[in-house]
Design a protein around this ligand. Structure first.
Ligand SMILES: NC(=O)c1ccc[n+]([C@@H]2O[C@H](COP(=O)([O-])OP(=O)(O)OC[C@H]3O[C@@H](n4cnc5c(N)ncnc54)[C@H](OP(=O)(O)O)[C@@H]3O)[C@@H](O)[C@H]2O)c1
Length: 244
């Protein structure tokens, strides 16, 4: 079995490659550093040769609607057209809880992920879309993204972060099995975003103030609304009030 990992040198992709290799599965990474541009498709057919599974964990720094949608649509189209031609039988896509059909996020990056999911479904390769909540290790970065003029702004929206290694384990299990359609993964505990930021910053001695803002979208836009797999690793900062 050979698995092509789109974004195989990234945060998630490198961990997926290591775990697949430990299980005796051959992997090939497809990223810019590997000389493969998934927008243009250069070098892609050769790298996909012999691969029956794609694990798609590419990412972009474009957070605006136009940039994110264009990146995710184009990379998915290039990847799936090449995969159809070379005999790929399973496309495993990492997506985010809250971007499925009917989840109406209006944030640019999320709209890019919605477009990516649509392109995967439309392509004709059997797929598994694994939607994950935010990684626990990503919460400080998220707090930075919510900071303006030294103050962190966060609402009472719900959040249920998951440990990244549990996600990687699920991606590897899925890559080694038959396509499942759509599945979701979340961590063991649900918090309010402002409480989570406050406790996380305090635990690292970060003096930034966290101001609670009105919830603008749905309060449960970042957490699973239906069935999901639940990770067991607790968030490393303890004592945060649970939302449920
Ligand atoms: N952060 C979270 O909490 C969270 C939660 C759920 C889902 N996710 C999803 O997780 C996925 C992976 O995130 P990550 O943090 O692992 O990303 P990352 O570390 O930024 O890695 C992104 C990868 O994409 C590759 N790439 C970028 N542009 C490319 C192009 N034009 N052609 C080929 N490869 C390209 C990069 O290749 P080079 O290294 O060669 O440049 C890199 O390997 C994302 O889709 C994200 O939506 C994240």
């Amino acid at each position: 079995m050979k698995v092509f990992i789109a974004g195989g040198r990234g945060r998630v992709g490198s961990k997926v490659a290591t775990m697949l290799n430990v299980r005796g599965v051959e992997t090939v990474s497809g990223g810019l550093e590997d000389g493969i541009d998934l927008i243009e498709g250069s070098g892609l057919h050769e790298a996909l040769s012999g691969a029956t599974v794609i694990v798609n964990v590419v990412n972009t720094g474009r957070f605006d609607r136009e940039g994110a949608v264009e990146f995710f649509e184009r990379t998915t189209r290039t990847l799936t057209e090449a995969g159809m031609a070379t005999g790929v039988r399973h496309h495993v896509l990492l997506s985010i809880v809250g971007v499925g059909e009917g989840d109406a996020s209006d944030q640019g990056y999320y709209l890019g992920k919605v477009a990516q999911e649509r392109a995967v479904k439309a392509a004709g390769i059997p797929y598994t879309i694994v939607r994950s909540t935010q990684f626990q290790s990503y919460i400080p970065v998220l707090a930075d993204q919510h900071t303006s003029d030294g103050v962190v702004h966060a609402s009472r929206a719900l959040i249920q972060p998951v440990e990244i290694d549990e996600l990687v384990q699920l991606l590897v299990d899925v890559a080694m099995s038959d396509p499942l359609g759509e599945i979701e993964l979340a961590g063991p505990e649900q918090y309010h975003l402002d409480d989570l930021f406050r406790a996380t910053l305090a635990a690292s001695g970060d003096a930034r103030e966290v101001v609670t803002d009105e919830v603008t979208g749905p309060i449960d836009g970042l957490v699973p609304r239906g069935e999901y797999r639940q990770g067991t690793t607790l968030y490393p900062v303890r004592g945060i009030p649970l939302a449920s």
